[in-house]
Structures are given as C-alpha cells and as structure tokens.
Design a binder for this molecule. Structure first.
Ligand code: NAP
Length: 339
C-alpha cells in the first residue's frame, strides 16, 4: 500500500520532508498540498516535480477523500487547528514541533485524541530517531552504567538571528528538543525546573541573554544540567553525558575524519543543525509511514508534546522569576500508558 499524504506548509522543513518522501523514502506519496504563500506552494510543486493537487487551505487538505494521513509543517500557531481537524476526520497526523504553542492547546489535542479513542498524533521530536541517541539509550536500558544519577548536556548553535529571541525561543524552540529527548532517554518525567543566567556573550543580539543553564529534576531524583548557548560561534554542538552508578556514557560524536595535519590533530565540527540530524528525519518519517500503514501507534505522542510544552513553560517562568518552578501535570492517562 502507498500512504497518500496531505501536506500543510511548504516552508523550510515542509519542503525537506516533501523531498525525502518523494525522492528518498518508500511507502508514501504527496497527493494534496497547501501553504498560505500561494507562490511558494506552486514553486515547490514545480521544482519537486510533484503530481499533486494544490488546495486553498489546510482544512481542504485534511478533508480531501484521497488523503489518508496529514503532515503539518506550517508555522507553530497554526498546528493546533490542523491537528484537531485531522483527529476529527479520523486521519493520522504527523505534526512538526510544537504540537501547539500553548500547554492549554496541547491539552485540547490530548483530550480530543482520547475522546476519539485511537492514537492518531505523532510529534516531530526527531532526536529519538538519531542513531547516536538510540545507542546511548540502549546503553542505559541495558544497565551498562547502572542507574543514571546525573546528566550533563550542552546545546550550542554557532549563532541565531535576533528575531529568534521572540517569546524566549532558546527555551521554547531549541531547548524543547532536550526536554523531549532526555525524558525519553531516562524514561522519567520532570518535577522541577530552574534557569541560571551566567555572564552574557557580547555576540548575542543587543540586551538579550545568552547562554542559559537549565537545571531539571526528575521523579527518580536524577539531576540534569543543560548549557544552552545559541551564539557559541564555533559550531553546532550537541553534548550529552549520563553519569550512572557504575559508569559514564557519552553521546557519540558525529562521524568525522581524524586528521593529523599542520602540527594539529583535528576533527571537523558541524556548523549546520540540519546536517547533524539529517538522517534522523529520514528514519523518523519512514517509521511513521510504515507504522501508519500498519495502523499502529508509534513515536512521540500528543502526551509527549503536552509534557514538553508544560516543561518549556516552567523553564520560561523559572528564568523570569529566578525561582525553582515545580512542574505539575495531571497523571498520565491510561490511553498514553507505555506498552
Ligand atoms: P517556515 O519556513 O516559515 O515554513 C512555514 C510555512 O507555513 C510558511 O510557508 C508559512 O507561510 C506557512 N504557513 C503559515 N501558516 C499557515 C497556514 N495556516 N496554512 C498553511 N500554511 C501556513 O518554517 P519552518 O522552519 O519550515 O518550520 C515549520 C515548523 O516546523 C515550525 O513549527 C518549526 O518549529 C518546525 N521545525 C521543526 C524542526 C525540527 O527539528 N523538528 C526543524 C525546523 C522546523 P508564510 O511564510 O507565508 O507565513
């Protein structure tokens, strides 16, 4: 069977996903597409050589009878509307993060999915599909370092545009990936967040803070510290070290040739976040397509999207107040219990 997809949003990530579905992955085909930017959607259809109908709105894409499942890659504030409409239509939906731009919006999606009674929503937290993170998780799950006690992480970008700071984006947009992947890695939930603000780099936009240190505590008492530094200049660098009772496990570095040259021993550091996770996007979409064809639930759920949003809100509050903010969330509904 070929899964017939409707795509809402043909910007940067939408176009990348369309390209991988059309040219790289098997099992799916884009049959309907839309974007509020009409010129852009026409250009993408032409340049990607798609044989697909262009719809006027996302709602039209979702309602199309030949659309089996929906890919939401429009800008964040539109996600809730399209995910809710997909659930109402009973169609599986892959939604890029964020699931919704507020915790209340994520909760409405969780409630709608539970009421519908079938898992339909997957959120685009692609780090869970990265081979390095998967190896690290295997090491932890196999008890090779005993029980995890502490986690030290760094999320560093060479630079970000000044409008990136709108709405605390380092915390809500970048850090949200750490929030999801660490919760998955440790199979644990967070109970509190604290944000420490060190001396700011002169390379950040005027009057805007960078870096941050985020401290999270989990229900099992694991302590996590994450350095979030989005103008670090030297590269895109994701670090994660898990300290267990009997050993330490580090996230593998991206593969790179070790060079001896000009009196230096060196390896390349990536500058572009896309290159770091390029393979994980392929694996993420392929596994979603395959599981959707089988009618099985798979990957980060609406509940995971909701938990990430509540945690990100707590981090923003912690930064604003300088306080340790408790993360309180209702008990995980049975509908989302792990199998
Ligand atoms: P983008 O380049 O701005 O693309 C978004 C597109 O959606 C734009 O063409 C926009 O049109 C269109 N759009 C906005 N509202 C719409 C609506 N109601 N109906 C149809 N189209 C609409 O943004 P992007 O970088 O692709 O990001 C899209 C989403 O993916 C964001 O939520 C982002 O956080 C997420 N993302 C995730 C990852 C990841 O690593 N998982 C990476 C990148 C992005 P206009 O430009 O005309 O408004």
């Amino acid at each position: 069977m070929t899964l017939r997809l409707g795509v809402i949003g043909t910007g940067a990530i939408g176009r990348d996903h369309i390209n991988r579905i059309t040219n790289k992955l098997s099992g799916a085909k884009v049959v309907a597409i839309t974007d509020v930017n009409e010129e852009q959607v026409k250009r993408v259809v032409k340049e990607e050589g798609l044989d697909t109908k262009i719809c006027k709105t996302g709602q039209e894409v979702i309602a199309a009878v030949d659309v089996d499942a929906v890919l939401v890659t429009s800008w964040g504030p539109s996600h809730e509307e399209f995910v809710l409409a997909s659930i109402a239509a009973g169609k599986p939906v892959f939604c890029e993060k964020p699931l919704a731009t507020t915790a209340a919006g994520c909760k409405r999606i969780v409630e709608a999915e539970i009421t519908h009674g079938k898992h339909l929503v997957q959120v685009g937290f692609m780090r869970r599909y990265d081979q390095s993170y998967r190896l690290l998780k295997q090491t932890i799950d196999n008890q090779q370092i005993g029980e995890p006690l502490m986690v030290h992480c760094a999320h560093r970008n060479p630079s970000v545009p000044s409008d990136f700071y709108f709405g605390d984006m380092p915390l809500t947009d970048s850090f949200v990936h750490e929030i999801d992947v660490l919760r998955w890695l440790l199979d644990d939930d967070y109970i509190s967040a604290q944000v420490i603000v060190p001396r700011s780099t002169r390379y950040t936009a005027k009057n805007l803070q960078d870096p941050h240190i985020v401290l999270l505590e989990t229900t099992k008492g694991i302590r996590i510290d994450v350095e979030l530094f989005v103008n670090c200049k030297y590269g895109y660098d994701i670090q994660c070290q898990v300290v267990g009772e009997t050993g330490i496990a580090n996230l593998p570095e991206p593969m790179s040739v070790l060079m001896r040259s000009e009196a230096k021993l060196s390896t390349e550091i990536l500058m572009d976040w896309k290159k770091r996770f390029i393979d994980s996007y392929d694996v993420e979409l392929k596994e979603w397509i395959d599981s959707t064809i089988k009618g099985e639930a798979h990957g980060p759920t609406a509940w995971d999207g909701y938990f990430a949003s509540v945690t990100a809100d707590a981090c923003v509050e912690a930064k604003k107040t300088g306080q340790i903010i408790p993360i309180s969330i209702p008990k995980r509904p049975d509908f989302y219990s792990k199998k």
